[in-house]
Write a protein that binds this ligand. Structure first.
Ligand SMILES: NC(=O)c1ccc[n+]([C@@H]2O[C@H](COP(=O)([O-])OP(=O)(O)OC[C@H]3O[C@@H](n4cnc5c(N)ncnc54)[C@H](OP(=O)(O)O)[C@@H]3O)[C@@H](O)[C@H]2O)c1
Length: 286
């Protein structure tokens, strides 16, 4: 691939669900890019892209990746964020498009540890002179439901806390498209990002079932059992935050917004499309 002219945009976390789409869309638009991952391996990135090993918690790894770059897409990581700010300032980075969280501006999510860690990162960049930060604030990523792949494949039933909790999950491709808008000059991308429709978790399970041609059922979990399950994958306080988020969604407080359509000029992608795009994750055996 010939390198497009101009200073490259760095996509950190370019193997991530959102990051990979950001990288691909920038390349498709002819934007000069560079990609990073903590431990990149050959064959993981499009041919011809300059790849760096960079870890947000390892300041020494940032200087080479940031060198000569004015714009960076990166994931919010509160550990060592002040060192990331300093490294970006020293390298002359001017714009950070930050994968943050809608919980920062969602009224009923205030105070929980997930929200406050994202807020801390937003604030650290916002306070840095010479840097403009554009936070991306999705509320519920559709990719959360990839956690249902194992039980769907194993026995066709998904254990769920608050199966009737209603959310508006967003396709990672839409978050990435908003990121690209932000990287190409749109500053009005900081509103709450959601999918185009509110659906119960139960209906999301059924939508995945329809995409793979399988009758998938739901088993309701009580709060204690759900806490035990979530705590296997995340610290206890984060598990508590997820349970509270689901309680809130069950009470009808997880909204749908038109922000994606306003920014992109086309409707946000539906969960039906997401399920079809990811059907392969939900079939076969592990
Ligand atoms: N789940 C939700 O509903 C929700 C809602 C709102 C916001 N969010 C935010 O969205 C994020 C998930 O986005 P996603 O699905 O695209 O994530 P993902 O597929 O899990 O990818 C995460 C990326 O972060 C990178 N990363 C992690 N730690 C890093 C570090 N120390 N230094 C550099 N890069 C690092 C990883 O890079 P490597 O390749 O090096 O591993 C990876 O590419 C969450 O972490 C949260 O902040 C999530």
């Amino acid at each position: 691939m010939a390198h497009p002219a101009g200073k490259p945009t760095l996509v950190m976390g370019a193997r991530g669900s959102v990051g990979r789409h950001v990288l691909d869309e920038l390349i498709a638009r002819g934007v000069a890019v560079r990609a990073s991952a903590r431990r990149p391996e050959p064959g993981q990135f499009p041919e011809g892209v300059d790849v760096y090993a960079a870890d947000l918690t390892d300041p020494a790894s940032l200087a080479p990746a940031f060198d000569g770059v004015e714009q960076v897409f990166l994931y919010a990581n509160h550990q060592g964020v002040q060192d990331v700010v300093k490294a970006a300032q020293s390298a002359g980075v001017r714009r950070i498009v930050l994968m943050s969280s809608g919980s920062v501006i969602h009224p009923t999510s205030q105070g929980n540890p997930i929200t406050e860690e994202h807020r801390l990162v937003e604030q650290a960049f916002a306070a840095a002179s010479g840097l403009t930060v554009v936070p991306l604030r999705p509320l519920v990523l559709a990719t959360n439901t990839l956690g249902w792949a194992y039980p769907i494949k194993a026995n066709g039933t998904v254990p769920l806390y608050q199966p009737d909790a209603i959310t508006a999950p967003i396709h990672e491709r839409d978050v990435a498209a908003v990121a690209v808008a932000a990287l190409t000059g749109d500053d009005a991308t900081t509103g709450l990002l959601t999918g185009p429709a509110r659906m119960s978790q139960r209906d999301q399970v059924a939508t995945i079932g329809a995409a793979i041609g399988k009758n998938v059922t739901v088993t309701a979990l009580n709060r204690d059992d759900a806490r035990t399950r979530f705590s296997r994958f995340m610290p206890a306080e984060q598990a508590g935050a997820v349970l509270s988020f689901l309680d809130d969604a069950a009470a009808g407080n997880s909204p749908m917004t038109g922000t994606v359509e306003q920014i992109l000029g086309r409707p946000a992608l539906s969960f039906d499309i997401w399920a079809i795009d990811h059907a392969a994750h939900f079939v076969g055996s592990d």
